[in-house]
Design a protein around this ligand. Structure first.
Ligand SMILES: Cc1ncc(COP(=O)(O)O)c(C=O)c1O
Length: 387
């Protein structure tokens, strides 16, 4: 697929992935960034075309958010996930993280407990603590190099003060798209204990197996807030657009008040255009093509390491372009692994310790959303550095 094979030069384009690495990680400029979750692919032409029309107006005043924006979200949720959602149950937001922060302050009190399932996307830790809630860690368990939810541990961790659980589905960094049985069990435990599930589904569009939204789970439909965005799947993270979905009138109204109070539902001028353009019939076709390409990159990574670096444990991802690599069998210190990756293989991956301090010590997360030819070079360099 030509559109994904194209090499794009992102150096000096004000992007954090390339332009911040020397200062932030003390690595040389020629290190290949395979860390933060954005893709080295151009935004699809049909979206660029619509965004160019905004520039052509030559005025960047306040945007008018029309019903068409909500229609596009309803279209996407229906077409992709068979979810019917009313307009009043959708709130536009600038990002998924600001939506989580809003959910935490709207749906819990100071010193209440919030559960996260680790290893997990690092801001989940801070967002709970910075909002003055108590962070409770429910560790995922590794069974035959696959991660599963540990329900026994979860039940033990729940107390009267536990009010929220932040779910990551599909899960970053271990790549699970949680199955229906797991989600039903989780929902039941949360419901029995009056815990609301905040379901971060930002990675749902790129899935190599079935995906079940929390709104798909009967036991949870009324006990969750789903957060999603087109920014991961269409490479629009710099545009800042996300939304919340909540079918429970009471929870939705409290959340709505919090959003209004903070004035954070005001979007930039590109955001409504970007989401309308992405969440369309063209967008559906694009995601199909992208998913095929990324699945090929993921499978290649898995097989290449299995053949050429069998000591490396590669966690099979069912979704996303992020793969969790476990270097524990190499018996190297964390710093030594990091140095080998950055100085010898010349690749920059995300440090596993930021996803889970202890369990992630010998792990790194690799981003494989880049042209296949570039991926092959990086993987070869990693194999050489560890052989
Ligand atoms: C699971 C997860 N949630 C949220 C985000 C960030 O989303 P946003 O930029 O909309 O805050 C990311 C980005 O990588 C992510 O992986």
């Amino acid at each position: 697929m030509k559109q994904f094979d194209k090499h794009i030069n992102r150096q000096e384009t004000n992007c954090i992935k390339y332009d911040a690495i020397e200062k932030r990680f003390q690595v040389s400029k020629d290190t290949k960034p395979m860390w933060i979750a954005d893709m080295d692919f151009e935004v699809p032409k049909f979206i660029l075309h619509d965004l160019e029309k905004v520039l052509q107006t030559k005025v960047m005043g306040y945007p008018h958010i029309t019903k068409a924006v909500f229609n596009s979200i309803q279209f996407w949720q229906k077409e992709k996930y068979s979810i019917e959602i009313e307009k009043k149950h959708i709130h536009l937001m600038p990002s998924v993280l600001s939506s989580i922060a809003c959910c935490i302050s709207a749906l819990s009190q100071k010193d209440d407990e919030v559960i996260i399932q680790i290893p997990v996307y690092p801001p989940f830790y801070d967002i709970v603590k910075l909002n003055n809630r108590v962070l409770i860690e429910n560790k995922l368990k590794k069974v035959n190099d696959k991660y599963e939810m540990d329900f026994k541990d979860l039940k033990k961790k729940i107390s009267k003060k536990t009010k929220l659980l932040i779910l990551c589905n599909p899960h970053n960094p271990i790549g699970r798209s949680w199955n229906k049985k797991e989600l039903q069990k989780l929902s039941l435990i949360c419901k029995q204990n009056n815990i609301i599930i905040i379901s971060d589904e930002i990675h749902s569009d790129i899935c190599f197996t079935s995906f079940y939204s929390m709104l798909d789970i009967k036991e949870c439909e009324n006990n969750c807030v789903v957060l999603n965005s087109p920014t991961k799947s269409f490479n629009l993270a710099g545009i800042k657009i996300a939304y919340t979905l909540c079918k429970n009138e009471y929870i939705n109204s409290i959340l709505h008040k919090e959003i209004k109070k903070r004035y954070i539902d005001e979007l930039n001028i590109f955001a409504p255009i970007a989401i309308k353009s992405a969440y369309s019939k063209k967008g559906l076709i694009y995601i199909q093509q992208l998913t095929l390409y990324l699945e090929k990159n993921c499978t290649f990574t898995y097989e290449y390491f299995n053949i050429h670096l069998p000591k490396l444990i590669v966690i099979h991802n069912e979704a996303t372009y992020l793969i969790w690599l476990d270097f524990s069998k190499f018996e190297l210190s964390h710093n030594r692994i990091f140095n080998k990756l950055t100085n010898e293989a010349k690749v920059l991956l995300n440090d596993g310790k930021s996803f889970a301090k202890k369990e992630g010590e010998k792990c790194f997360r690799i981003n494989v959303a880049l042209p296949f030819d570039e991926l092959k070079i990086s993987l070869k360099n990693i194999v050489k550095a560890f052989s």
